[in-house]
Every structure is written in C-alpha cells, then in structure tokens.
Design a protein around this ligand. Structure first.
Ligand code: NDP
Length: 331
C-alpha cells in the first residue's frame, strides 16, 4: 500500500460528542479492534479499515490486552499501522485499551488487582509502541478484589501519565456509582463506561443510563449491531466469511434462530422505509439516548465502516418509528 496522507475533509461531517461532563469529545461512531485485527487476519485489510475510518473522522480506536487472536496481536497490528501511517497524527487520536480478562498464567494475569492492571498496561504500551493510551479501562468487575484497589490502580496509572483518562466496562449500576465515587475521592474522575447495548441487549436501560448520567460519565456502547445480527448479513443464510462462521468468532451460528431472523427481517424493512440500511437504523437507535456518547462498532471490511458512518445522515427517530421498533422486538 502506498504512503498514507489523511483526507483534509476528515473533520467535515463527523459528529463529536462530549463524554459525560468531561472535556473529552468522542466521535459518534468509534471503531473497535476485537475481531479482524489479530494475527490470524490480513494486515492490509486492517490497515485499509483504520485509514478509511480516520478519513471519515473516526478518531477513536478501541483495543484491549486480549484482542486477537492470539491475545495481544490486535495491539501489535494497531501499533504497526500507527507507526506506518498515523504517527504524525497521534494527537488527533483517542486510543483505548483495557485489562480484566485472562491474559497470562498465574494469579496476576486477569481480574482487577493493582499488580495485574499496571503490568498489563505496560505490556499493551509496548505492543502498540505508545508512551500512553488515552483511556485505560478496567474490563470487567472483579468479585474478589476490593474496588478501592482496582480504582486506586486506575488513579495511579492516570497520575503516572500512562493513561490520560480512566474508564470501566460492564460494571452494574451499583458498581458504577461506587467506582465513580472512589475515583472522584482520589481526584481522578471516571470519564466513561463501556457497556454492551443493542436492540437485542437492553440491560443498560434498567439503571445504568441513570447511573452514568448522575455520575457525569460518558457511555460508549459496544456491539451495537449485535455482532452483525442487526445487519442484512444473516437474513438468508450464514455467509462463509462472516463472524458466525469463523472458528474464533464470538458469535455462534446457533444464536441465529428462525425467530431472530424474522425480527431482523421486519427491522430491515423498517430501515428500508427510512432509506437506511439496518445497520444504520440500529446505530441511530442506540445513539438516541443523550447519555450515549458513541456507538462502538466492529468491522471486517471498509464498506462496513462507511455504512456505519452513513447512519449519522439520519439519526432522528419519530415516536411512531420507535413504537414500531418496540412492537417488532416484542415479536
Ligand atoms: P458490532 O455489533 O458492531 O459487530 C461488528 C460486526 O458486525 C463486524 O465485525 C461485521 O462482522 C458485522 N458488520 C458490521 N457492519 C456491518 C454491515 N454494515 N453490514 C453487515 N455486517 C456488518 O460490534 P463488535 O461486536 O465487533 O464490537 C465492537 C467493539 O466493541 C469491539 O471491537 C471492541 O472494541 C468492543 N467490545 C468491548 C467489549 C467489552 O467487554 N468492553 C466486548 C465486546 C466488544 P463480519 O465479520 O461478519 O463481517
């Protein structure tokens, strides 16, 4: 691939939203590197997606220590692309990583101890060739480590300069409030929460959106397309190159039931009536909450990123459309 020069138009049409009551603005569409950026994937495709995303105003790239496969390889890939294409644009980027899931053997390779979080971030920085990340998350709640220790580690990491902001992922409303209070007391605000959210997974509507609003946190929702289910991809069958047909894909073929397909078909029709793709409707739907700062998508090809950004052309949803969606989801 030839030398990369980002488009001068890259900031012309993206919507940037403030993360809670912080000064940090995120693009309404962010790109995650969970699938399709690992050692098993093609570097040139990964590079093409990052380049196109940046050209479209996507300034935020989300990683974690364990993304791959193999674990760690998405960070290595991203580091390579960054060094080759985007090094001169580091200050235009918000790069996040996380620690929480299994990464290395022994008692210090997962969960939420200070030992694990600090060591894991150091590894992530080495893999990406970075001096700091913009956001460092605790990836999942740890039932055994005191929250004071985990939040204390996030505070220490921010003070060390290895991360600019602290975040949490998949914390319940109660855990979120408690984490926010501890961090506030320590003097490092919790800037963002990263929960799952889509038409097929609505848990954040039961208390979490209220908690993030009260605490002044932003909210970046992952898997807004339900890993591809909320697109036209699986309407007829399971395409050979889809996530559901890959051995390491997190979406399993048996999750695509006849009932799900019927729901998706009805949603797809509604999207068509709005002049949108289903992916675009699904993204507009998660972004309808003022608390949702960004929809964190995944992609396996450039066109999917273009499709997602196209959602921003028609975000508004009428009461009638929202009601139709509720009826369809009820089945
Ligand atoms: P999505 O729900 O956006 O699913 C993305 C997948 O859907 C793509 O890889 C692609 O799959 C398919 N797809 C996307 N756009 C289209 C389209 N226009 N038409 C057809 N198919 C499409 O999100 P992910 O599940 O990938 O998660 C996004 C990010 O969220 C991750 O990369 C990660 O950064 C973060 N995340 C965080 C977690 C956490 O615990 N904090 C957990 C999980 C994810 P295909 O390969 O089939 O083409």
């Amino acid at each position: 691939m030839s030398a990369y020069r980002p488009l001068d138009t890259r900031y012309d049409s993206m919507l940037y939203k403030r993360s809670g009551r912080s000064g940090l603005k995120l693009p309404a569409i962010s790109l995650g590197l969970w699938h399709n950026f690992g050692g098993v994937d093609t570097l040139e495709n990964a590079r093409a997606m990052i380049r196109r995303a940046f050209d479209l105003g996507i300034t935020h790239f989300d990683l974690a220590n364990n993304y791959g496969p193999p674990p760690g390889s998405a960070e290595t890939t991203f580091g390579q692309i960054l060094a080759g294409d985007l090094a001169a644009h580091r200050d235009e980027l918000i790069i996040s990583t996380k620690a929480g899931y299994y990464m290395w053997p022994g008692p210090y390779g997962e969960w939420g101890s200070r030992k694990y979080l600090v060591a894991s971030l150091d590894q992530s920085l080495r893999r990406m060739g970075l001096e700091y990340v913009d956001i460092f998350y605790h990836h999942r709640p740890d039932p055994d480590t005191p929250l004071e220790e985990t939040m204390g580690a996030l505070d220490a990491i921010v003070r060390s300069g290895k991360a600019l902001y602290a975040g949490i992922s998949s914390y319940s409303p109660e855990q979120t409030r408690e984490a926010a209070q501890i961090l506030r007391r320590l003097g490092t605000p919790c800037v963002i929460h990263q929960p799952s959210y889509s038409m097929f997974n609505r848990w954040i509507e039961n208390g979490l959106l209220g908690a993030v609003e009260d605490e002044g946190m932003g909210c970046i929702v992952f898997s807004p397309l339900a890993q591809g289910l909320l697109t036209d991809k699986y309407l007829a069958d399971i395409p050979a190159d889809s996530r559901a047909s890959k051995p390491h894909g997190f979406l399993k073929a048996d999750q695509i039931t006849a009932e799900k397909r019927a729901t998706v078909r009805a949603l797809n029709e509604l999207a068509g009536q709005r002049g949108q793709t289903l992916a675009q409707l699904a993204l507009a739907w998660v972004l309808r909450h003022p608390q949702v700062t960004s929809a964190l998508i995944g992609a396996s090809r450039v066109e999917q990123i273009e499709d997602a950004v196209g959602a921003l052309e028609r975000l508004e949803l009428s009461a009638g459309e929202l009601d139709s969606i509720e009826q369809i989801l009820k089945g």
